[in-house]
Design a protein around this ligand. Structure first.
Ligand code: CTP
Ligand code: CA
Length: 200
């Protein structure tokens, strides 16, 4: 085994970055390992390959950000140790992989968020969707949680998503199934409607 990751295309994060760029924002995209182009005109890209690198890149840039959109499907666990050398198989035993928790990047940004900063996270759920999304909104101190329902036909890697946005003011805004670029536009419209100080 060489790598543990989450099944994530990166399409949503890229669509959000493009939408913000097209509305005139200065955009930095922290991009994990994806099978997609890693250069986009007018967007500063920081490529990372681990959850720790993503954590550091997000913290480096959050302090100078008006808004942070957290669309990455970050792995929840990582191997406790990483081998520098190839691990040779033995005829007698099978190695046990010890996992430890990764840092929750969204939660850590929520803990340091200033009053004039906007923080948006995603929630991918298969059951108790609303309760779980609201729990994430509160526990991570986010301003918005975008619920991405796997039950509604949205699949990893697919080009369409059906979302519901929960706001910290208690609103629930449901959307039809749409392309990821249209979903990105809906998300930015919602954020700017509720955060009048943002100028995108
Ligand atoms: N997230 C993060 N850092 C992690 C894990 C998740 O910043 N180590 C962020 C995701 O980018 C997303 C939000 O937290 O914006 C919710 O991710 P999700 O996987 O739905 O929830 P978790 O909090 O990881 O809980 P669980 O997987 O148990 O539902
Ligand atoms: Ca998770």
């Amino acid at each position: 085994m060489r790598f543990i990751g989450n099944h994530s295309s990166g399409k949503m994060g890229i669509a959000l970055a493009k939408e913000c760029r097209d509305r005139g924002a200065e955009v930095t995209l922290v991009l994990g390992p994806v099978n997609l182009p890693t250069e986009y005109e007018g967007i500063t890209i920081i490529t990372v390959t681990s959850s720790d690198e993503m954590y550091n890149a997000c913290h480096d840039h959050f302090k100078n950000s008006d808004i942070a959109l957290m669309a990455a499907a970050v792995a929840d666990y990582k191997p406790e140790t990483i081998s520098e050398q190839k691990i040779k198989k033995t005829d007698t035993s099978v190695p046990e992989l010890k996992l430890v928790k990764t840092k929750d990047i969204l939660k850590s940004l929520g803990a340091i968020k200033g009053d004039d900063q906007v923080l948006l996270g995603f929630a991918l759920e298969t059951n108790n969707e609303k309760a779980n999304a609201l729990e994430k909104l509160n526990s991570k101190n986010a301003d918005f949680i975008v619920l991405n329902s796997l039950n509604d036909g949205a699949a990893f890697g697919s080009d369409t998503n059906k979302i519901t946005i929960y706001t910290k003011n208690g609103e629930e805004i449901k959307f039809e199934s749409k392309s990821k670029s249209q979903v990105a536009a809906d998300i930015i419209d919602t954020v700017t409607n509720y955060s009048k100080t943002l100028s995108i």
